[in-house]
Design a protein around this ligand. Structure first.
Ligand code: URA
Length: 186
């Protein structure tokens, strides 16, 4: 079966399994992920916000515009990578996703990664980092690739923290510029 079909089945399974029914009931859309399932890179954010919930697509609001800008610095467009979130329904009022919500979605995210099988998994922000690289401090490990159980992770700051903070934006740019080199070394 093609990757795209397997991903579609996985998306349907989230609905069939009634994952996080409370979040599902207040959300407009299940924001599963989009992009090239054959890409070497998967980027994982936290959870959909308002714009993402309305459109059903990840990272299409202000953080998404910055993410597009960061990708363009390394000559990538968003349809050349695969973008998703841990939690796939918008938490009400954009609150942080709870530990239970992250745990509920994690098996599906792992299956999503198994299907795509990227060379590099980029976590955006601490929520996404915690799922795969727990007990790290993002201020200490951002931009440093780490291999765990055969998968290579690159923890980065979340673009939202850089929206109104020039020095954080520069840190994110510097970290993004490392991506081509990391991919070359794999
Ligand atoms: N922030 C995220 O973590 N994910 C999105 O899809 C949008 C904003």
């Amino acid at each position: 079966m093609k990757k795209q079909d397997r991903l579609m089945n996985l998306k349907n399974q989230i609905v069939i399994d009634k994952v996080c029914p409370e979040l599902a009931s207040s959300a407009n859309n299940l924001v599963f992920g989009e992009g090239d399932p054959n890409s070497s890179i998967v980027l994982i954010g936290e959870a959909p916000g308002k714009k993402e919930d309305e459109s059903g697509k990840p990272f299409v609001g202000a953080s998404g515009r910055l993410l597009n800008e960061l990708l363009s610095k390394i000559n990538l467009e968003r349809d050349m990578v695969y973008i998703t979130n841990i939690v796939k329904y918008r938490p009400p009022e954009n609150r942080d996703p709870s530990k239970e919500e992250k745990q509920s979605f994690l098996p599906y995210l792992i299956k999503q990664l198994d299907i795509i099988s990227p060379k590099l998994i980029i976590t955006l922000g601490r929520h996404s980092m915690d799922c795969f690289l727990p007990k790290r401090k993002i201020s200490q490990v951002h931009g440093m690739p780490e291999k765990v159980d055969g998968r290579l992770y690159l923890p980065l700051y979340h673009p939202a923290v850089a929206l109104y903070n020039g020095s954080m934006k520069q840190k994110l740019i510097d970290d993004f510029l490392k991506i081509p080199m990391i991919l070359n070394e794999i």
